[in-house]
Design a protein around this ligand. Structure first.
Ligand code: ADP
Ligand code: MG
Length: 263
């Protein structure tokens, strides 16, 4: 579904992603984890063509990302980054309706189907009571949910989220991850997201990609990836791992900063 091979990205001669490889299968939830500044957002940007990539490095549904038009990309993929500035004076419902634009020709009006998808996205994100509010007047967490609703209304084949839980309290974090899980299972939406919480990544992902200093150090199932050695080497943190905590997914108990420094 989404594949990157030997992808290199540099800013001002500095290599940010070095030989980055990922192969996301259709219907999977893949989380990208790694320390601050390791290249996670850069990887999402490169895979959604928000920064230029060379030919034949990124493939979406088997087609070279470079050969696809912007509209075909936005029909297939929705990407949500950490800071989003809404156009001024727009309501939640109007923002969510923007999600339908890639599926329409410029002269087409909003159809009943569009409206029911918009309503579904608003309801799923718990925003029904706020749908007529201006996005600019929402709290950080509410605004985050409004952007997620817009992404869902786009009904992408692949949903990419950069730290989607950042502004959310713990209940809303879990609701969001449950929602991601639901759209993945019910609509078959493939998901690639950057997460910080190792336990959330473990519970909600089919595969985890660990990036450290621009290099993929591990890619596999949570069971394969979440090891004491990986967490010590990548984060410099000691932990215990309970390997069959929830649905057989490993649970990580962080113990403290490692005396052996991170590599
Ligand atoms: P992460 O999302 O893992 O925290 P990023 O992908 O945002 O990391 O950044 C990786 C590295 O690339 C960091 O060192 C960051 O400073 C650098 N970087 C990111 N964007 C730019 C840019 N536009 N120009 C120069 N350096 C950048
Ligand atoms: Mg980032």
């Amino acid at each position: 579904m989404l594949k990157a091979q030997s992808l290199d990205i540099s800013y001002d001669q500095k290599k940010i992603l070095d030989n980055f490889e990922i192969n996301v299968e259709k219907g999977e939830i893949v989380s990208i984890i790694g320390p601050n500044g390791s290249g996670k957002s850069t990887a999402l940007k490169a895979m959604s063509r928000l920064i230029p990539v060379q030919k034949e490095k990124v493939f979406l549904d088997g087609r070279d990302l470079q050969s696809l038009g912007t509209k075909s990309i936005s029909q297939m993929m929705s990407v949500l980054f950490q800071s989003n500035e809404p156009p001024s004076d727009i309501t939640v419902e109007e923002l969510v309706k923007y999600g339908r634009i890639p599926h329409k020709k410029w002269y087409e009006r909003t159809s009943d189907e569009d409206l029911s998808i918009v309503e579904w996205a608003i309801e799923k994100t718990g925003l029904t009571p706020l749908k007529d509010r201006l996005v600019a007047s929402l709290s950080g967490g509410e605004a985050q949910r409004a952007w997620i609703a817009m992404s869902l209304a786009q009904r992408p084949k692949i949903l990419m989220l950069d730290e989607p839980t950042t502004y959310l309290d713990i209940a809303h974090q879990l609701q969001l991850l449950e929602l991601v899980h639901t759209v993945n299972r019910e609509l078959g939406m493939t998901v690639v997201m950057v997460l910080h919480d190792l336990n959330q990544a473990s519970i909600y992902s089919d595969k985890i990609c660990v990036i450290s200093k621009g290099i993929v150090v591990k890619y596999g199932t949570p069971e394969e990836v979440m090891t004491q050695e990986m967490i010590r080497n990548v984060y410099g943190v000691e932990c215990e791992i309970d390997s069959h905590f929830q649905h057989g997914k490993p649970r990580i108990n962080l113990l403290g900063i490692s005396k052996v420094s991170a590599q």
